[in-house]
Design a binder for this molecule. Sequence first.
Ligand SMILES: [Mg+2]
Length: 214
Amino acid sequence: MIDKTRKIHEKGSDTRNRIRGVLFDMDGTLTVPGALDFAAIKREIGCPPDIPILEYIESRPEWERPSLFAVLERHETEAAENSVPNKGARACLKALRDKGVSLGIITRNSLCSVEKVLRKFDGICKEDFSAIITRETALPKPHPQGVYMAAEKMGVHLQELLVVGDYRFDIMAGKAAGAKTALLINEQESEESPNGPVADLKIGDLRELLNYVG
Ligand SMILES: [Mg+2]
């Protein structure tokens, strides 16, 4: 445990002062995980458990997709309305903003859900984010397209950008774009593929980012 902490600290020191922008995943990162019941959505649209939802919908015939998206959007709207800011998320966002760090959100969710979720963040507004990348804006993670777009909107080089998420797709997208990455390990779950890319940082609370950024 001590060794692991030391390792993270060393990597953190290396990362410090090079990061000028932080790009956050939304569900399970800025918000408490579990609001979106992916298994229930998959059951309802007939998506096999091992296939991501958006990729499954895109694989279906064009005529079928609107009804599948409608199911997804119903679940997402409900989840966004019930969402709760994750531990330390508000404090982290406020502190980074006040340090002048450029902020962004990248999600496989819709812009409508992002707007609903951000209303739960007292003292934070949509305008605090230089980039909000949703599935309407870019190809979904793990594709890196959204990370490239975010960096441009945020006015930072990819090497100065930290992508933070709770799932391997976040790390894959960040790594593929050449950004730094941080994996948030929430209390009840850890989602990192053993064969997937390893994040530069591992954190248990978003406030830990303040040790590495700014
Ligand atoms: Mg997530």
